[in-house]
Design a protein. Structure first.
Length: 249
């Protein structure tokens, strides 16, 4: 891609990804990673994702009511996410981009199927003590390998019985930690290129504009209907990524 076409492509993707996040409260990194990986290696896509993901998630967690209490409660999970993401970032940073693309497609497909089936768990306070670090470690390894940080952290956090505003803040907190860890992991594995960082800065504005557009859409369209079509589209994208990676296309 030429510099101009790459900039337009990145802008349109983050406008769409931001809109999805504005409607359903998450999905920016998921949509952005999936679509960017159609045209570039996953490591470059993950690097472009960093700044818009960080800024939108800090915005999300800052609006919540109980940041200090959530940090204390979720600290074992967040620490596990942080450490395992940095370690696993070597997968997405490797030259074997087909492996990372297939892993990304697999993660997106699991997320799409779980969303379409309204998968939900209930986590007891006793289970939370051991499940938090386990979920954090698994989420971190998937983040480091694919650049997405929704599975299994999102269903786990949703199963903790948090109030709606607390859940939104907890998701923003988890995503922020994942983004910072992914940036450090890519840097550690020499996968942060200046061009990708520049495109990441460019992507901030359309991501924020997309979030505002998503808020407008949310007030006019049924969130459940939008969510269903979002997961269907995500599943198709995931299937294409897996096929392309395995077939060498």
């Amino acid at each position: 891609m030429t510099l101009t076409s790459a900039t337009i492509y990145v802008t349109l993707i983050f406008l769409l990804a931001g809109a999805v996040k504005g409607v359903v409260g998450l999905g920016l990194p998921t949509v952005a990673m999936g679509l960017l990986s159609l045209r570039m290696p996953p490591a470059e896509a993950a690097a472009i994702l960093l700044l818009p993901s960080f800024i939108t998630n800090v915005w999300q967690l800052a609006e919540g009511p109980r940041l200090g209490a959530l940090v204390q409660r979720l600290s074992p999970t967040l620490l596990a996410i942080f450490v395992s993401t940095i370690i696993a970032a070597g997968v997405i940073a490797s030259t074997k981009s087909a492996i990372a693309s297939a892993a990304l497609g697999g993660a997106l497909l699991i997320y799409a199927v779980a969303g379409l089936r309204n998968f939900h768990i209930n986590v007891s306070s006793r289970a939370e003590r051991w499940a938090g670090p386990v979920v954090g470690a698994v989420t971190g390894f998937i983040t480091g390998a694919t650049g997405t940080f929704v599975v299994p952290a999102v269903p786990y956090l949703a199963g903790l019985g948090l109030a709606r505003d607390e859940l939104v803040q907890a998701l923003g907190l988890s995503f922020t930690v994942s983004t910072v860890a992914l940036a450090l992991g890519l840097f550690w594995h020499d996968a942060l290129e200046f061009r990708a960082v520049s495109n990441s800065a460019i992507a901030v504005v359309p991501a924020l504009m997309g979030m505002m557009l998503g808020g407008w859409i949310r007030r006019r369209v049924s969130p459940e209907r939008f969510r269903r079509w979002f997961f269907i589209g995500l599943g198709l994208l995931a299937t294409h990524l897996i096929y392309a990676a395995l077939s060498g296309h």
